[in-house]
Design a protein around this ligand. Structure first.
Ligand code: GDP
Ligand code: K
Ligand code: MG
Length: 303
């Protein structure tokens, strides 16, 4: 590794783990609240970069892996995981996130995919929810036997002090090299892209494994309105495109309950991400069905 005269450090850190362990929460906490600032810079690497934070002479480039699937070994899931693994194939550090005190089959499957040689930290997240703290030490010893983790970081992504401590630990693993991005760049993804990804993530979370990954989310409208009262006000309309009637029913749920949940959670997350008021409209459409089935179902972010 060439030593950089400026003394700058910079590197890629993958945040990996099964769904719901707190990867996105951790990501947001690490990148800071204003991930809304986007860059028009074309993607110069093969990596799926979602968040950048530059502090104390070090540029941390975090790679989020939201789509990691472990339950079914379908061809699609395999290819999805391959993409994820490809993206983290040459990172400087892996943050393997689990819930403190827990290690399930799904966690084991994710862990089994790691290539040897990349330093991996065990981030034992949600420590705040662990009531029996005495059980953490024996659990950590057990984890030590499962994988040669470089370090163990029991923490809570919701605790600011823990986040600061994590920066100190992660920084040591990043090589001395010039920064890749400007100091104030926080993501290389557009807000429009973030909108579709966020809805897609909620869609998958709330429909479980039944919904095929062939479903997509299309952004039909993304408009920033001029507003004197609010900080920013963004109107977004997206369409969830599914293949069959049955899938549409699945997305909409009983009395529209599921679609409402998807859109509400997506809107709340986008408001945080973009530091703005968001009006989100979510439509569901069957791509290859009867003309009658094109009847659209609407769900508002504001009730
Ligand atoms: P992901 O699917 O791995 O990206 O998980 P999320 O970041 O979406 O988090 C899943 C849930 O866990 C959310 O309800 C979070 O608020 C919650 N969560 C994440 N980190 C923590 C933590 O440190 N403590 C607690 N109590 N909850 C957390
Ligand atoms: K998530
Ligand atoms: Mg996530």
């Amino acid at each position: 590794t060439p030593v950089d005269a400026t003394g700058q450090r910079c590197g890629l850190i993958a945040i990996v783990g099964k769904p719901n362990v707190g990867k996105s929460t951790l990501m947001n906490a690490l990148v800071g609240q204003k991930v809304s600032i986007t860059s028009r810079k074309a993607q110069t690497t093969r990596h799926r970069i979602t968040g950048i934070r530059t502090k104390d002479g070090t540029q941390f480039v975090f790679v989020d892996t939201p789509g990691f699937q472990t339950r079914h070994s379908t061809a699609l899931n395999k290819s999805l995981n391959k993409t994820v693994m490809g993206a983290i194939g040459d990172v400087d550090l892996i943050l393997f996130v689990v819930e403190a005190g827990s290690f399930t089959l799904a966690d084991a499957k994710v862990l089994s995919l790691f290539k040897p040689g990349i330093p991996t930290l065990l981030v034992a997240n949600k420590l705040d929810t662990v009531h029996r703290r005495a059980e953490i030490a024996p659990w950590l010893r057990d984890m030590q036997e499962r994988h040669p983790f470089a370090e163990f970081v029991p923490m809570s992504a919701k605790n600011k002090g823990d986040i600061e401590r994590l920066f100190g630990i992660v920084g040591k693993y990043l090589p001395e090299q010039p920064w890749w991005y400007a100091e104030d760049e926080l993501t290389d993804r557009s807000e429009k892209f973030l909108a579709s990804e966020t809805v897609r993530e909620k869609l998958f979370r709330f429909t479980g494994d039944e919904l095929p990954y062939t479903s997509t989310v299309v952004v039909d409208k993304f408009e920033e309105e001029k507003s004197k009262q609010h900080k920013r006000f963004i109107k977004i309309a997206v369409t969830i495109v599914v293949e069959r009637d049955g899938h549409k029913a699945m997305v909409i749920g009983d009395k529209g309950e599921r679609l409402k949940r998807i859109s509400t959670e997506a809107r709340q997350e986008l408001e945080k991400l973009m530091d703005a008021k968001v009006f989100l409209e979510v439509w569901v459409k069957v791509r290859s069905g009867w003309a009658d089935d094109e009847a659209r179902v609407r769900s508002f972010g504001y009730e």
